[in-house]
Design a binder for this molecule. Sequence first.
Ligand code: C2E
Ligand code: MG
Ligand code: MG
Ligand code: MG
Length: 287
Amino acid sequence: EAKHGGRGIVRLFDEVMDESIRFRRQIEGGLSEAIAKGELKLVFQPIVARDQLEITGFEALIRWCSPEYGMVSPGMFIPIAEESNLIHELGDWVIDRAVETLKTWPGQYVSVNFSPRQFRRHNFVAHVMERVANAGVEPGRFQIEITETAIFDDVERAAETLFKLRQMGFRIALDDFGTGYSSLYNIRRFALDCLKIDRSFVDGMGRERESAAIVHSIIHLGRALGMEVVAEGVETEAQLQALRLAGCSHLQGYYLARPMDVEDALVLANRGYIGEEPAELELGNGT
Ligand code: C2E
Ligand code: MG
Ligand code: MG
Ligand code: MG
């Protein structure tokens, strides 16, 4: 009886696995054609300075509008691309689109996500430099976002790559900070311009003492090491005020602005601020 049930579960498991492998293959196949068919686009979400909500940069986020599957979230297809060489082709497309868009803005930077596999690619630094320089874009207006996963399995090599990127003038941000395996010892050795506080902590801030404590610690760490700190996923006025009070230098999230199409990003970039005019400086300790 029990054995029989067990076998049933195994069979069910196999079926589910087959289904998911088939799904992955479909996505992989569709994705490799998506670039050529023009089904990919970038949307842009403002990153703002806390005092007057001045827009200092935009994060570029990829979207796949598939006639077959509808809007496919990057959370779904980036991990699949990451497991094949597709991530390189996709990544290059993102860099090129991001720098072209950047050229239309008055001065903001563009922040581009790189997956671990892209970052570890042979000659990564020269590769990115060439694409950015060919487009005639100042590396100081191009921010490279990587996660802790990209750097903490080979610390020596990552430190060298980051150092070279910094030397060429790129901005570097550590994304989803607090969710990975960073040790403070290593953070100190990396050339970083910016820490992005993962939105799970921002989300928990108002509810749990622990999340609030983590947010405060990251802000202090970033400031002490001379980095910008961006809070991700700001969704409410209360979070905005709490983060401002805590001295968080930069903010990003739906409450300020959602990711938007390139045309709308240009309008905001030219206006320069969230809202009609610079926000009142509310308060804030320490800066
Ligand atoms: P991420 O880099 O941490 O990007 C932030 C994600 O949070 C984005 O999701 C953004 O739309 C979402 N977000 C922004 N503000 C809020 C908010 O207030 N509340 C909530 N709930 N979410 C907010 P998205 O666009 O779905 O991207 C998901 C992830 O996919 C990104 O996380 C990034 O890791 C990856 N990704 C996106 N575009 C690219 C790309 O061009 N290349 C690579 N390699 N990865 C990408
Ligand atoms: Mg990011
Ligand atoms: Mg993030
Ligand atoms: Mg993320």
